[in-house]
Design a protein around this ligand. Structure first.
Ligand SMILES: [Zn+2]
Length: 292
């Protein structure tokens, strides 16, 4: 199969995936912000491909085409839940999920981080970046922040369409590949730097999907603590959750729900953690690049 034919096949796969209607989900049950997926831009020029060229994708296809998953969840081998250190450091991570109910921007939260020089890792979905391209560039230009990959359509990463919280997962191997690389390329095109970490919408994976994402060049960013439960926690709940941090904790929070209480709870917890001797770091400062 020639290159243009392969690209056409991938584009078609994305188009088919986009036809799947996913229900918007009640925020009470999800740690992330599920929302109606929108078709991601698959018209990326091959020139933009730095992580995954067609040969790599072909190799991944032949390796995993008939693979059967044996695990499903938020935590398993291959998912990084903590930084590999005993130092009193914490990685605050903020997801921006995008979509109809996830496209907001918590300016109060980001302003607080900037004023207090608190580093953070920001996981941006393709739909959020498409809604906020200039803001994405601004955040990327701030050395406090690192921009990482929160998926193309915000789907659980599954090789067989497994769902969670009513959100349809990627339905096959090609859909997993697209969920990772379409946003990878969008981030690279928007900010001039490729992401190193991937966190799926809902943060759910099967074990095959974890391996595929890693082969595509991204490490899976899990979490040790759910800081805001999909931005549904109130101020006290956010504060108490964040205060559960241990050395190396990765804390999952949101930066796309300004009406939630995430900013308020974070603002209370951070000074208390500082008093305990904690400092805040970005994930890429503590996770070595994968050797593959
Ligand atoms: Zn999300």
């Amino acid at each position: 199969m020639n290159k243009s034919k392969k690209i056409a096949t991938l584009v078609m796969t994305v188009a088919v995936c986009s036809m799947i209607v996913t229900a918007c989900q009640s925020k009470q049950t999800s740690p992330t912000e599920p929302s109606e997926p929108k078709k991601a831009d698959a018209q990326t020029s091959p020139k933009d491909q730095t992580t995954s060229d067609e040969n790599q994708i072909k190799a991944i296809r032949s390796q995993f085409q008939n693979a059967t998953p044996t695990q499903w969840g938020e935590k398993m081998s291959g998912i990084i839940s903590k930084l590999p250190t005993n130092e009193k450091v914490i990685a605050l991570t903020f997801d921006a999920c995008g979509g109809k109910h996830g496209d907001g921007y918590d300016a109060e939260l980001i302003q607080f981080l900037q004023e207090n020089q608190i580093p953070a890792t920001l996981f941006l979905n393709a739909r959020w970046i498409e809604s906020h391209p200039e803001l994405t560039k601004q955040l990327a230009n701030n050395p406090l922040f690192e921009i990482e990959n929160h998926g193309s359509e915000h789907r659980p990463l599954s090789i067989n369409g497994r769902s969670v919280y009513g959100i349809q997962g990627t339905k096959n191997l090609d859909a997993i590949i697209q969920e990772v690389i379409v946003n990878h390329r969008l981030i690279e095109k928007t900010i001039g730097k490729a992401p190193r970490f991937f966190r799926a919408g809902t943060a759910y994976y099967d074990d095959i999907a974890v391996q595929v994402a890693k082969q595509l060049g991204e490490q899976i960013a899990g979490f040790h603590i759910t800081g805001d439960a999909g931005a549904t926690f109130n101020q006290v709940q956010v504060k108490n959750a964040v205060l559960q941090a241990k050395p190396g904790s990765i804390i999952l929070l949101h930066m796309n729900q300004p009406k939630g209480d995430t900013a308020e709870g974070v603002k209370e917890a951070i000074p208390l953690l500082k008093k305990q001797g904690y400092r805040f770091v970005k994930m890429d400062q503590y996770i070595p690049a994968q050797s593959s």
